[in-house]
Design a protein around this ligand. Structure first.
Ligand SMILES: [Zn+2]
Length: 237
């Protein structure tokens, strides 16, 4: 999970269709089953395609899942599950672009209390809740005032299994690779073998690489950029 850009504005036709579908759900006597039916039908229509395209643009190159940043996204996930919040089944602000693994792990769960409520990577900054440790674990921050780990980060991590072995190993691998690449360019810079423009281009390419983009984001943009050797690199840019 990493901070994501704001939602773009959808085309007028798509907005109007979403609104009509939402009114239909709200008028229905059985909102839950109408929401499921209306969403299934919408997903197959041409007017819904801009939703998927916009979500894809938000998550970036390779379209990694907005939760795990690892698998390619394929599912329009309802942040607030449509089974619990049928009136939000066709609401743009409720859509995320996720992989099947995360979508299934989340299922119809949505902790209701504010303390345990899930973190939305579009509306909130993931780095206000987590840090990445040297082994690739997405670790909840410690809340001094409450003398406990951030409850929402814990609940998000647990529900989505964000430290499942494959994810932890991929983040760890990506971090080691990034660390090596940064040391290499610092050495090239020290010995005047790389121009500043090229160095900047390389960093930009690392930032946008789809493979575990959360790692690059944390260490090249987020709080991890103050750690060595990333801090030395960022100072040069
Ligand atoms: Zn995922």
């Amino acid at each position: 999970m990493r901070p994501l850009p704001q939602r773009p504005v959808l085309p007028n036709t798509t907005q109007a269709k979403l609104k009509t579908a939402t009114s239909r759900i709200c008028r229905s006597a059985d909102q839950k089953s109408t929401a499921a039916k209306v969403f299934r039908a919408a997903r197959r229509t041409g007017w819904f395609a801009p939703v998927v395209r916009a979500l894809g643009r938000m998550t970036g190159e390779g379209q990694p899942c907005m939760f795990c940043d690892s698998n390619e996204a394929s599912d329009v996930d309802h942040f607030r599950p449509k089974a619990m919040f049928p009136q939000l089944a066709l609401t743009w602000e409720n859509f995320l672009w996720t992989c099947g693994v995360c979508n299934r792990a989340k299922g119809d769960s949505f902790p209701q209390d504010t303390q345990g409520r899930l973190i939305n990577p579009v509306d909130e900054n993931a780095w206000d809740f987590f840090f990445l440790d040297e082994f690739g674990n997405l670790t909840p921050l410690w809340r001094q005032a409450e003398q406990q780990l951030d409850r929402r980060a814990v609940s998000t991590c647990d529900l989505l299994k964000l430290n499942r072995q494959t994810l932890q190993q991929r983040r760890h691998r990506r971090l080691r690779q990034l660390h090596r690449s940064v040391l290499d360019v610092l050495e090239l810079h020290r010995t005047n073998r790389i121009k500043l423009t090229e160095l900047r281009q390389r960093v930009e390419a690392w930032r946008t690489e789809p493979f575990q983009a959360d790692v690059a984001d944390y260490f090249l943009r987020g709080p991890g950029h103050s750690q060595s050797p990333f801090a030395e690199l960022i100072r040069l840019l």
